[in-house]
Design a protein around this ligand. Structure first.
Ligand code: AQP
Length: 332
């Protein structure tokens, strides 16, 4: 079975709808057909300041949400990144293989550091994509299911894997991005030109899965559309309506064409009211299931411990090979 690897940050507590539709939903599907490794990337989370108690709690909340979304520890390997020390170890190697200019071209860093200001931006945020390279290469992943915003980082991973293989001999599998076109980018409900993001300008555009379902329904109902009245998918000219149709279609399984037909001659309000209901029907059981996992932290921690053990077996082998190829003297 081909292998997949992906990760999600525990930073915000709740996942948002973009995380779920762009990434986590695919993770659940891929555990059936792939040898899947999924992790909560707490090492990535500390690239911006974190409160220790919150980070610990958010890491459990992230894992609980992954299980609530449908990850099954019997069918995939679910773990916490910091439980597998090889990530940081291989990241150092990859740091030394990356050009400064090359790292400086990462657009996500440029965007985030511009928002934060140079003095508040850590070197860790700068090298974040390189840690991601290590995350992927450690597991010899063939595919990496992510949203469109991560494409450039997967390209960097491919470049560095090829560079290492050329210099030191074949060591790493060259991974490919796995990006589903339809949900590659979920947009902010208030600003459909921006991706839905936890650092959104206004919380009104962001659906957090663990928020009160009524609040999420309200956000859907007040989503920005356009001055036209036709309910039609046209990402360029009608980004707001198109985003709502994408969300609706993915959550219900109805095709966009079916939805266009269903809402022919109807007002935007009808679409929004129905989608608000769909949203409530989705987030309510999701929240309940997440809470059930959180109510039993011992079971949750033991799932994560088993996952880390499985992950470490693979990661340690890859790191040992890489160290050997690099010429590090083996420890006796
Ligand atoms: N809007 C989105 N549409 C589709 N996919 C998305 N992802 C994130 N936003 C969208 C995907 O979610 C996965 C987990 O990403 P992460 O843990 O790195 O979260 P993030 O990218 O930090 O989330 P944000 O909200 O986008 O954070 P900020 O505001 O810090 O930039 C990834 O696969 C990602 O592609």
């Amino acid at each position: 079975r081909p292998r997949v690897l992906s990760g999600i940050q525990p930073t915000a507590g709740s996942f948002h709808l973009g995380n779920y539709l762009g990434a986590v939903r695919q993770w659940v599907a891929l555990q059936e057909s792939h040898d899947a490794f999924y992790m909560v990337v707490d090492l990535h989370a500390i690239t911006v300041p974190q409160d220790p108690a919150e980070l610990r709690s958010n890491t459990r909340i992230a894992a609980a949400q992954l299980l609530a979304a449908g990850l099954d520890p019997e069918r995939c390997t679910l773990f916490v990144q910091s439980h597998v020390p090889e990530h940081a170890q291989l990241a150092w190697v990859m740091n030394c293989l990356t050009g400064f200019g090359e790292a400086s071209r990462m657009t996500q860093f440029k965007d985030k550091s511009a928002k934060q200001g140079a003095d508040r931006t850590s070197v860790g945020l700068f090298t974040y994509p390189i840690l991601q390279v290590a995350d992927i290469l450690l597991y010899q992943a063939h595919q990496v299911p992510v949203g469109e915003d991560q494409r450039q980082h997967i390209e960097l991973t491919r470049d560095l894997a090829e560079r290492f293989n050329t210099r030191y001999g074949d060591t790493f599998t060259i991974p490919a991005p796995y990006i589903l076109k339809e949900t590659a980018k979920i947009y902010d409900l208030q600003d459909p030109s921006a991706k839905m993001s936890k650092s959104a300008a206004s919380p009104k555009g962001l659906i957090n899965l663990l928020d009160d379902p009524k609040a999420s329904a309200k956000k859907v109902k007040s989503a920005v559309t356009d001055t036209d009245t036709v309910i039609r998918y046209d990402a360029e000219n009608k980004p707001g309506v198109s985003n709502l149709l994408t969300i609706y279609s993915t959550l219900t399984g109805a095709s966009i064409a079916e939805l266009e037909q269903k809402y022919e001659g109807k007002m935007y309000g009808a679409l929004k009211t129905d989608l608000a209901e769909v949203m409530v029907d989705f987030v309510t059981p999701f929240r309940d299931r997440t809470q059930e996992y959180l109510d039993d932290p011992e079971t949750l921690d033991s799932i994560l411990a088993k996952g880390a053990e499985k992950a470490r077996a693979v990661a340690a082998e890859t790191l040992a090979t890489a160290y050997d190829r690099l010429g590090f003297l083996p420890a006796k």
